[in-house]
Design a binder for this molecule. Sequence first.
Ligand code: XMP
Length: 318
Amino acid sequence: SWTPEHFVDSMVETLQRTIGEEDQVILGLSGGVDSSVAALLLHKAIGKRLHGIFVNNGLLRKDEYEQVLHSYQGLGLNVRGVDASQEFYDSLAGLTDPELKRKAIGRTFIEVFDREAQKVEGARWLAQGTIYPDVIESVSVKGPAVTIKSHHNVGGLPEKMNLRIVEPLRALFKDEVREVGHTLELPEHILHRHPFPGPGLGIRILGDITPEKVDLLQRADAIFINGLKEHGLYEKVWQAGAMLLPVQSVGVMGDERTYERVVALRAVTSVDGMTADWAHLPYEFLAEVSNKIINQVRGINRVVYDISSKPPATIEWE
Ligand code: XMP
């Protein structure tokens, strides 16, 4: 029967047998479970010949770039962090259409990743954290799967650099990936991380993106997510986050009238993200988070909670 220990042993052996002794392998890391587990497996098999690349697209959660890079280094992984935030902001300047924003982010990611990958001498392989549901999704023709796939794709790199693809998690479901990650001692905070879209906060800031808006949203989102963790609610929801709305509303602060931004909180329960229900979070918890955001994040004077299920609403707002 399948056990994570057996899987690790046989996959490590397979990887060692397949990847030539001098071959270098490139892997794009996202901070998510899949790419992290793929990295640990490959690291176990070939050590420093695995070259991880972790790109900061400027659209990650608050402090996530530094924290995740630090965790990877703590695991002994050979990972290079690339802060390309400004490049992403430049490519997004003035764009408001969700699909155009996704395309710009995807294109910039490929440019940055290609550039970094080409610095790895002796690279023969491109590793990917593809899991079984991704394999199925990539043959579907409708819905966000296509967009997701286009983000996961690494452009023309495999042909250009003559790289072969290695996907050690291709046969696994998410829960099996988590079991393998647990066996390989992936830290809990990565292992149980909520799904987070590739385009990140870029599709949670409705309308055009500026570094100032990213900063506002990062701070509101961090209050929400930390609150969920402190109250033992984080693991009870499938995914959660804050959306920055492109409207301003009137409020009062002391005896002054304010005219500031609105944040919508979204938390859902789900099995696979295909359908989802809004999470019935306790009112007291929502009240606390709302107060904290409005008191601590200057520029936001109103917080609303999204009570829409999927379908017909999607999990993300864009
Ligand atoms: P929706 O909003 O379609 O989201 O209900 C379903 C799941 O997919 C994630 N998502 C994305 N992931 N690139 C990604 O990598 C994308 O463009 C994208 N759009 C949505 C979303 O976070 C949820 O987990």
